[in-house]
Design a protein around this ligand. Structure first.
Ligand SMILES: C[S@@+](CC[C@H](N)C(=O)[O-])C[C@H]1O[C@@H](n2cnc3c(N)ncnc32)[C@H](O)[C@@H]1O
Length: 279
């Protein structure tokens, strides 16, 4: 999980772009069916970190199809909402879903297209683990957040759960698709600093963000064999493969499900949750 070199980064961006064109809105379709112990989706968990009484301007980084902003708009219609994403296909959906919000196509590792101290709260849901080098993004989040403003993000924690249902089914699916042992790092590589509490805290502190909460967090739902493929089909490692390879993955995932579980099982997706404020 090392930061990538330039060529890897370009390839990674192209793959992400193709994925989001082919499976637009797939993250939200999956994650709105998983719930925390408190009965909240991961979107609602992030929305709950925004203080509706003081936050007037909120930015969602990597807003995808606008599901998080739609939830904010429902709760607090008077808020000014902004969404940024690299994918034009996702933004097209987001614009329809949240017509009152302002959207822009941009890469969050570049300078963000907003003036200094524009936002009372910055959110990001399942994006940071896709950013090869998070330092530029953290520095820009600091710049566009007002002093005292809040920053909250959630990202996947699959490395902490190598035998969890999701990673296990993925390993079998990828192995069958590629017809060879799945590479150790078959998931998109993330910036390893996200996964070390002290390192992330120090990095955020260097850019003027004080972390007040950093914890593991899971969302769960009941899963049957029939649901297993829809859950895995739009995952990054499988989404770019041809139909034959995806067919092999689908069969292997169904087989593995039957081998490991009875008719149904509670599947948990591991995440990490970070809340900080701008100094
Ligand atoms: C897993 S999806 C999450 C989408 C949305 N936040 C949600 O949870 O429904 C990741 C999103 O991040 C966007 N993304 C990935 N890398 C990005 C980058 N460097 N800059 C901006 N957006 C990026 C993708 O286009 C995609 O919409």
């Amino acid at each position: 999980m090392k930061p990538r070199n330039v060529a890897q980064s370009e390839q990674h961006k192209l793959r992400l772009q193709a994925h989001h064109e082919r499976f637009t809105g797939s993250t939200a379709r999956l994650f709105t069916t998983f719930f925390s112990d408190e009965g909240l989706t991961s979107y609602a968990t992030l929305v709950a970190t925004v203080d509706a009484a003081t936050a007037k301007c909120v930015l969602d980084i990597g807003c995808g199809d606008g599901t998080l902003l739609a939830e904010l708009a429902r709760r607090t219609p008077a808020m000014h909402l902004y969404g940024l994403d690299a994918s034009s296909a996702e933004l097209e959906l987001a614009r329809k879903r949240v017509p009152g919000a302002s959207f822009v196509q941009a890469d969050c590792t570049d300078r963000l297209p907003y003036p200094d101290e524009s936002f009372d709260a910055v959110l990001s849901h399942l994006v940071m683990m896709l950013v090869g080098d998070i330092e530029a993004t953290i520095s820009e989040i600091h710049r566009v957040t007002r002093p005292g403003g809040t920053v909250s993000f959630l990202y996947d924690d699959l490395p902490s759960d190598p035998n969890g249902i999701y990673v296990d089914l993925m390993r079998y699916g990828v192995q069958a698709a590629l017809q060879k042992a799945a590479p150790e790092e078959f998931r998109e590589a993330s910036d390893h600093r996200l996964y070390d509490h002290a390192t992330l805290q120090a990095l955020c502190a260097r850019y003027g963000l004080a972390i007040s909460e950093h914890r593991h967090f899971t969302v769960s739902r009941e899963l049957t064999e029939i649901d297993a493929w829809p859950m895995m089909a739009t995952s990054y490692p499988l989404s770019g493969l041809d139909e034959d390879a995806r067919g092999r993955a689908r069969e292997a995932i169904a087989r593995r499900f039957r081998e490991r579980f009875d008719e149904r099982v509670v599947a948990s997706l591991p995440l990490q949750f970070v809340k900080a404020h701008r100094l």
